[in-house]
Design a protein around this ligand. Structure first.
Ligand code: FE
Ligand code: FE
Length: 195
């Protein structure tokens, strides 16, 4: 009698970084984003807009994975119910930093500071935010002061983070058809750091 998995374990390729990421989306991606769409839909839309804008591959991937911190088990089921800032950008960036270069991880780390920067420097930006994003803005520290903004623009990858933020803000649309997660498999495994 063959033991379950006996043979398969020897012949199947080890899970790739893409497999690990897809498993996270499968387990937690159907949670509400507090925007009438799921976290998965939101991430796929952000990547779709990044690709449509002609962003480099690393930034398309950053857009796809910018909210992966929400999928790592620290967030409640409905993100609209947050009462505290879960620092999902730091949680996500830390997880990604073990797998991808800085061109992917740093725009993810800075996508919340980029929102605070835009709120502090562009008067019309706050009014363009979704209701859930305005709620979390307060939890995230509110608009940046002039001094915080000056420090932000001195950080590497800040410009990429601002671009990502724009796609993030647009990626909250109901009934938008975009390419599926699987279409990013090659991109993920190409950019993943060799172990
Ligand atoms: Fe986010
Ligand atoms: Fe987001």
């Amino acid at each position: 009698m063959r033991l379950a998995g006996d043979h398969d374990a020897m012949t199947l390729a080890p899970p790739s970084v893409a497999d690990d990421i897809f498993a996270l989306f499968a387990a937690h991606g159907s949670a509400s984003y507090g925007e009438q769409i799921t976290v998965s839909e939101h991430c796929l839309q952000a990547a779709y807009f990044a690709r449509g804008a002609g962003a480099p591959a690393s930034l398309v991937l950053a857009a796809l994975l910018h909210d992966i911190g929400h999928l790592l088990g620290a967030a409640p089921e409905d993100l609209g119910e947050w009462r505290a800032d879960a620092q999902h950008e730091e949680i996500g960036a830390r997880w990604l930093a073990a797998r991808f270069p800085a061109e992917v991880t740093e725009p993810v780390r800075l996508h919340v500071p980029a929102k605070r920067y835009l709120c502090g420097t562009l008067p019309d930006y706050v009014s363009s935010l979704s209701p859930a994003s305005i709620v979390t803005l307060r939890l995230q520290g509110g608009p940046m002061s002039a001094e915080e903004a000056r420090q932000f623009v001195a950080r590497p990858h800040h410009a990429a983070a601002i671009e990502l933020r724009r796609w993030d803000d647009r990626g909250k649309q109901r009934n938008l058809t975009v390419p599926p997660l699987e279409s990013y498999r090659r991109l993920i495994d190409t950019l993943a750091d060799p172990l």
